[in-house]
Design a protein around this ligand. Structure first.
Ligand code: SF4
Length: 470
């Protein structure tokens, strides 16, 4: 049976697209490979939201060239935002790429995989470079790889594109304007994922809470209530909302859905009104704070995370201090922080840029302040037991397991004695006693595992290392 390896960069929208391609590939008779060296089709799902993401994608294309040189029958496919944006340039910079599919050509990619299947070898040839040489030559890691645990988290796209045109963002240019899926289609897709073993469903859209049913105008709150009512659904979450689209009605609706994970990502970008205007964010600082208060009123136990850009064109010291005010007040449990980087084709790319020696020290201050707030948030978990959904063996240390708590905090724990991948894929909820906290997450010991979120769970054998120490 031919194998397919799917590597994903960027946002959950891309993860949702990768999941769709994995499903189509399995239906067409492929097996999913967790190592590129084992696959006869390599799919790179790319992102172009930042310059770094673009460079990483081209880097991976070059790394995969080694596999094609080893076995010319191996096919390399590029999909995602970079494929949409750079279709022509790609032929010049990566001529070994076999096929390019843009963000609106997922169905065609699925069809192409089915068409290739009968002519592909079961496994690529292992002549030529050794595994070790291949591993080194291929370098880098993706943000996500489809593996034995991927089906536990279902990403369901509720809306494609974005019509807001923030002046730093390439998304509307490569993915087009809003296109909302009807609720009945979304519900049907969620049901399919539940039937396939999904424990957590993530509703995905570039501005997910702007979703409206094209047929009757029902809003995002109505959608969450309808999905949460589906039999078999254990946990529900969503990404990525826009602050402007949280009405009081929607937040009140979310508060009526206990199956929602207790977290919301509210991208601030800047705390300065002048910057928010230049970014075309469509809210003021005061309006953003009103949205924060809405969540504190209706959902006080939810973690609020954010995105912040430093050094956006025109940012002065006072603008930056306005951002710092919110961060230093501990408004956010965590934040994705970036120094502004130019995206070709966006308005801000042609504006006068903030010099690096001005933005770099601002960025450092921001990181230090947010790290302190994040660490304080994680410290509160010490001594508690959290229920977390398994992600798989830790990338840094395969002797440990990684899991995500409901508030999306990463929790790492030593692999329990007698760990069997298939058992943990079936019983994926882990109760972890938290012992230490860090900026990146927390560490602890797995004490129980459960099949379903609401189950009491069964006791797990302590890790061998603990038994020796004890
Ligand atoms: S809201 Fe702004 S940042 Fe988000 S996808 Fe749309 S244009 Fe990009």
């Amino acid at each position: 049976m031919p194998r397919i390896y799917i590597e994903t960069f960027g946002c959950q929208m891309n993860e949702a697209d990768s999941q769709y391609i994995a499903d189509r590939a399995m239906t067409a008779g492929y097996q999913i490979a967790t190592r590129a060296e084992e696959a006869s089709v390599l799919v790179l799902n790319t992102c172009t939201v930042r310059d770094n993401a673009e460079r990483r994608a081209y880097g991976r294309m070059n790394h995969f060239k080694v596999l094609k040189e080893r076995d010319p029958q191996v096919r390399l496919v590029v999909m995602g935002c970079l494929a949409e944006q750079d279709r022509d340039r790609m032929q010049k910079f990566a001529p070994h790429v076999d096929a390019v599919f843009g963000t609106k050509e997922l169905v065609e990619l699925g069809d192409q995989l089915a068409a290739w299947q009968p002519t592909l070898p079961d496994e690529p040839s292992d002549e030529g470079a050794s595994d070790e040489e291949l591993y080194r030559a291929m370098g880098g890691t993706a943000d996500a790889v489809v593996d034995a645990f991927s089906h536990l988290r279902a990403f369901v796209t509720v809306q494609r594109g974005c019509s807001y045109y923030c002046t730093f963002c390439i998304v509307p240019h490569v993915r087009g304007r809003f296109d909302h899926r009807p609720m009945r289609e979304i519900v049907a897709e969620v049901q399919t994922h539940l039937a396939n073993g999904a424990r957590e469903v993530m509703l995905v859209g570039q501005t997910v809470n702007a979703w409206r049913d094209p047929a009757n105008g029902e809003d995002f709150g109505d959608l969450c209530k309808a999905v949460a009512a589906l039999p078999g659904l254990e946990r529900l979450t969503f990404i990525s909302p826009h602050p402007k689209d949280f009405s009081e009605k929607i937040v009140a609706d979310l508060a009526m859905v206990p199956r929602l994970n207790p977290r919301v990502h509210l991208p601030l970008q800047s705390g300065s009104d002048a910057m928010l205007r230049r970014m075309n964010r469509k809210y003021t600082r005061a309006q953003f704070e009103e949205k924060l208060s809405l969540f504190r009123r209706y959902l006080p136990h939810w973690a609020v995370t954010t995105d912040i850009i430093v050094g956006f064109p025109g940012e002065n010291d006072a603008d930056f201090e306005a951002t710092m005010e919110l961060v230093e007040a501990g408004a956010f449990a965590n934040a994705f922080t970036f120094i502004y980087s130019i995206r070709r084709g966006t308005p801000a790319a042609s504006w006068e840029q903030v010099p690096g020696d001005v933005s770099a020290p601002r960025f450092k201050r921001l990181i230090d302040a947010q790290n302190a707030a994040t660490r304080a948030y994680h410290d509160c978990k010490i001594g508690t037991t959290v229920r977390a959904l398994i992600v798989g063996p830790s990338k840094k240390d395969p002797a440990r397991l990684a899991a995500k708590a409901l508030d999306n905090v990463t929790v790492i724990a030593p692999m329990p004695a007698g760990y069997v991948e298939a058992v943990y894929a079936r019983e994926p909820w882990l109760d972890i006693e938290i012992e230490t906290a860090h900026v990146w997450g927390a560490m602890g010991t797995i004490v129980r595992r459960a099949q379903r979120y609401d189950d009491a769970g069964v006791t797990v054998e302590r890790p061998v290392i603990d038994l020796i120490a004890g």
